[in-house]
Design a protein around this ligand. Structure first.
Ligand SMILES: [Zn+2]
Length: 218
């Protein structure tokens, strides 16, 4: 999976597609390409879902309205599996899960009670998707999507990451809450060695987390 582009906006058309989007909220549109053939994603989806739910148990409580209109005529709707998000048995399931991971990370960081998302598949190219995320802070939403894509790609490819998702969320949370950016102070607050703190700050930077030196560079 490859994150191609992120655009901020209101995307009026979403009103018709998902009635849960609140009027006048900000949204980002994240364009994602899948880079492998269909069976790759379909075969690996159950494992991805299982691992995701271990990391983010709260995704079980997400209300999913994905594709109620879009998929109503398909005959392979396997929602009865009891998964927390709707599953259609196609590549879109993987990208749709990335949407829910992004929403979950965003809600944790920005302390949002709820926010809506939607995943759409292009007709052409068939491997391109748009994920819409409702947000209060587009920068946090952007970071959440980058983290969700990295995490899912690592799981799909079986890569042992040298970082922990809980750590990166902890440091992102503490920075969001305190506006504290000093390595020394953050290490102290998190009770981490400086090396670990620095490693996680570098990852934040790589994932477009809103750090002040990135803002001023923009
Ligand atoms: Zn959904």
């Amino acid at each position: 999976m490859k994150l191609v582009k992120i655009l901020e906006g209101n995307f009026e058309e979403l009103k018709k597609l998902n009635t849960n989007f609140k009027a006048d909220t900000q949204r980002i549109r994240v364009t994602i390409d899948t880079i492998h053939e269909k069976p790759y994603y379909i075969n690996k989806f159950p494992d991805l879902l299982f691992k995701t739910l271990q990391m983010f148990p709260n995704i079980r409580h997400h209300h999913c309205h994905q594709g109620e209109q879009v998929y109503s005529n398909r005959d392979f709707d396997i929602r009865q599996l009891g998964a927390p998000i709707q599953i259609v048995g196609d590549v879109i399931d993987t990208v749709h899960l990335v949407e829910h991971i992004s929403l979950e990370i965003q809600c944790q960081l920005d302390e949002l009670d709820e926010c809506s998302g939607l995943t759409c598949n292009y007709w052409e190219p068939e491997n391109r998707f748009d994920v819409f995320i409702e947000c209060r802070n587009p920068e946090i939403a952007t970071f959440s999507c980058h983290l969700a894509v990295l995490l899912s790609t690592d799981i799909l490819e079986g890569i042992e990451s040298d970082w922990q998702v809980d750590d990166i969320i902890d440091i992102a949370k503490i920075i969001t809450k305190t506006n504290e950016y000093s390595l020394h102070t953050l290490a102290k607050m998190l009770k981490w060695p400086k090396k670990k703190t620095l490693q996680n700050m570098k990852l934040l930077e790589q994932l477009y987390f809103p750090l002040p030196w990135l803002r001023s560079a923009a």
